[in-house]
Structures are given as C-alpha cells and as structure tokens.
Design a protein around this ligand. Structure first.
Ligand SMILES: C[S@@+](CC[C@H](N)C(=O)[O-])C[C@H]1O[C@@H](n2cnc3c(N)ncnc32)[C@H](O)[C@@H]1O
Length: 233
C-alpha cells in the first residue's frame, strides 16, 4: 500500500475499523489513551472557566468529546469525515448537548468566531492539508479561544526507549491491530502516519504562523504522544 492522506481513503478506512476502534485504541495504548485525554481537559479547566461552544474535530467515536463534558459546555459539535465513527459518537454523548457533523477539517460549516474551544485527539497527522485546516480552526475560534491537540509526533530526539517503542509500533502493533480490526492495512497505516508526520517543534511553528500562541506542551509518552495547548491571538 502506498502511503496517502487522501480524504476518501481516510474516511473509508475509519468507516471500516469503526466497530473495533475504541477497544483497540485502549488495548494498544496500554489503556493510557483516555488518561491522556483526561489530562488535557484537566489543564483546560485550570486555565479558563468558560467553554460554552466546543468543537471536537476529527472526533472519531467521541472519546475526547466525552472528556469535554467535564467542562460543562452548552454545545459540543463532533466533526469527522467518517459517518460510521460519528454514529458511535452519537450513541455515546448526550443528544441535548452533542451534534455530530460529517465534515472535513479543511472546510468547516461553522460561523467565524463561534467556538470557545477546539480539540483534536489523534487526528491532525491524518490531515491532507494541515496548515489549511489549522487556519480554518483559527477562523471558527473566538479571539482568546483555546485549541488543544493530542497527537503522536515524530520524537525530537531518538533514544533507546523511543527506538524500542518504534520497533513494537512498526513490527508488532500492525499485525495485532490489522488482525483484530479485520483490516489489511489500517494499523500498518497507523505506523506510516506517525513515521511520516512532523515533530512537535515543527507543529508548534505551524500553529504560531496560523495566529496561535503556544500556552503549554506536555509530553505524555516517550516524547511521542504529546498535548499542545494553544490560544488564538
Ligand atoms: C485516529 S481517529 C481519532 C478519533 C478521536 N479523536 C480519538 O481521540 O480517538 C482520527 C479521525 O480523524 C478523522 N479525520 C481524518 N482526516 C480528517 C479530515 N481531513 N477532516 C475531518 N476528519 C478527519 C478520521 O475520519 C478519524 O475518525
């Protein structure tokens, strides 16, 4: 399979693995993924009291949206390419607060300056046009609005720990993941998507170019899984 970020390919792939996505996410992260999401929300709660309108972009099955409920929002919009992932999101989150929307991050169907917070959990490395998506997020946020990214970045420095993890990630995880998800490539793609992605310094520079101030970065796991907190200027 040739590595691609084509949106149709990505949407179809997530549709295909949606039934096992949550279970495999928890299993393959050693049950840490929700702890990383929760940690990010805890920090957001500590820096602002108001998150009325929240966008969970590349929401997938809604696990970040579930954590956002802690911020007492009036509305959460879950935006994703994959209809099958959004169906799971809809089942999970309360219908009076949450509205799933099939959308691509490059063109968001929301008013300028509407959101207090946008969050993306493990989504940005799949974006075909990253800077364009970040500009679009900046557009829909209010000035002073917050933007949190949780992502697997290329480590800034290679060391024994992250090299060993890379070995697991390249050789072991795709075999288990593809078999359990009954997919020929989804979990091989997962490795490729991280291996072809940028590091956190490069990502932070893109955010700054798109009009954000970096508030904090947090290394969650081996310099690979990081949270980046930013504010729209
Ligand atoms: C790895 S899942 C992450 C789901 C969830 N945020 C989480 O924390 O588990 C990535 C999601 O990003 C979505 N996605 C990828 N590219 C996208 C794009 N350009 N616009 C909108 N959603 C996109 C996929 O459909 C998929 O559901």
């Amino acid at each position: 399979m040739k590595y691609t970020k084509n949106k149709e390919f990505i949407g179809n792939m997530f549709d295909e693995i949606s039934p096992t996505y949550d279970k495999l996410n928890h299993l393959l992260s050693g049950y840490q993924d929700n702890r990383w999401r929760r940690g990010a929300v805890k920090y957001l709660a500590s820096i602002s009291g108001r998150y009325d309108n929240i966008l969970d972009l590349a929401s997938g099955s809604g696990d970040l949206g579930m954590e956002f409920l802690e911020l007492n929002p009036k509305r959460i919009f879950s935006g994703d390419l994959s209809l099958e992932m959004l169906k799971i999101d809809k089942e999970k989150l309360p219908n009076d607060i949450n509205q799933p929307v099939k959308t691509e991050a490059e063109h968001l169907p929301f008013k300028t300056g509407y959101f207090d917070l946008c969050g993306i959990g493990f989504g940005v490395r799949n974006f075909e046009h990253l800077a364009e998506c970040i500009m679009e997020i900046s557009r829909v946020l209010k000035p002073g609005g917050k933007f949190v990214t949780i992502e697997m970045f290329k480590p800034l420095k290679a060391n024994i720990a992250n090299r060993s993890f890379r070995l697991y990630f390249e050789k072991v995880l795709p075999k288990i993941g593809n078999r359990m998800a009954k997919s020929e490539y989804a979990y091989s793609y997962l490795f490729e998507s991280v291996d072809n992605f940028i590091n956190i310094a490069e990502y932070s520079a893109i955010l700054q170019k798109c009009g954000f101030k970096i508030l904090k970065t947090k290394n969650n796991f081996l310099g690979i899984v990081n949270s980046v907190f930013a504010e729209k200027l």
